[in-house]
Design a protein around this ligand. Structure first.
Ligand SMILES: [Zn+2]
Length: 309
């Protein structure tokens, strides 16, 4: 199973910064050690033209040149540097590549990404560019002009925070369905309405979570027929997360992943996934949650490969 990374571009953050940058390298090491089916590949950066499918030229330029307004930079939460700009581009490139491969092989992944708080003209919440939005639009462009209607893409966002950026980018675009399930009282405090939003109360546990997810997937099914699914498999609904405020156990998280992969598999729907958030009290817990997602993914990737034979 092909997995794209941009971990060689590590941001050096000020001491005590809340973002666990080390998790990407740890996950990469864990995948290499424990999931032999994974083929790790370096991502190419997204170009200005590709980023412009979801972002304004002025914002792309400001990130490239380091002229972003201080307030926007504060909302992003990372200091600007050339490495920061390059990393953001590569992270989008990794999701783009994962989507391209998923359309051929059924399942593929980005080891980072899921930067769903980025809107067209500004970033926020540790997100610079919106990888899922750029990738969805680029896959539509690549699917070709021969089609009568654009490739239909569903974004299933199970990070604990609402995918406000993705919702706002696709607000008036019927070809991309945005489904976000998130903590009602969590960041972002002003939610952007997507196609389907499910708010969860603080402390929500496995059972209520999975019932809500089933309901969400049923509604998605009733309202939209996707041809590509982009899954944001945030680790932050886990009970050991500093920021999540939900109470999912390891089993609950695994059942969540399995629901999404099974739903896509039943429909023979190509699925690309990205990591999104994870802020475990113990960084090993975040890595473990994400590694578990890959273990489930590989099982479904195998089914696709058997199908191809
Ligand atoms: Zn999150």
């Amino acid at each position: 199973m092909q997995v794209f990374f941009a971990t060689q571009f590590v941001l050096s953050l000020p001491a005590g910064h809340r973002f666990p940058m080390a998790k990407y390298q740890l996950l990469r090491d864990a995948l290499a050690a424990h999931v032999p089916e994974v083929r790790l590949e370096q991502a190419l950066p997204a170009s200005d033209g590709e980023l412009a499918l979801a972002h304004t030229p002025a914002y792309i330029r400001a990130i490239a040149q380091g002229t972003v307004a201080p307030q926007v930079l504060r909302e992003i939460g990372f200091p600007w540097s050339e490495a920061m700009a390059e990393r953001a581009r590569r992270s989008v490139g990794a999701t783009v590549s994962a989507c391209r491969v998923a359309l051929k092989e059924g399942v593929a992944a980005n080891i980072a990404g899921g930067t769903h708080h980025a809107q067209a003209d500004r970033g926020g919440g540790f997100c610079v560019f919106n990888d899922a939005a750029v990738a969805a639009r680029l896959m539509q462009a690549e699917a070709g002009r021969a089609r009568r209607s654009p490739l239909r893409v569903a974004v299933v966002d199970l990070d604990v925070h609402q995918g406000n950026g993705t919702a706002s980018i696709f607000r008036s675009d019927d070809s991309v369905f945005t489904f976000s399930m998130h903590g009602q009282k969590n960041f972002p405090f002003r939610k952007e309405p997507g196609d389907l939003d499910i708010d969860l109360p603080d402390g929500c546990g496995d059972e209520d979570y999975l019932v809500a997810l089933d309901r969400g997937l049923e509604e998605l099914e009733a309202r939209f027929t996707p041809q590509l699914l982009i899954y944001l498999a945030g680790a932050d609904p886990h009970e050991g997360d500093r920021l999540g405020r939900l109470k999912l156990t390891w089993d609950g998280l695994e059942a969540r992943d399995r629901r999404v992969f099974e739903w896509a598999w039943q429909r023979r729907l190509p699925l690309a996934f990205a990591m999104a958030g994870g802020y475990g009290h113990r960084i090993e817990d975040t890595v473990r949650a994400q590694l578990n997602t890959f273990r489930v993914a590989v099982q479904y990737w195998r089914r696709w490969q058997n199908l191809a034979r």
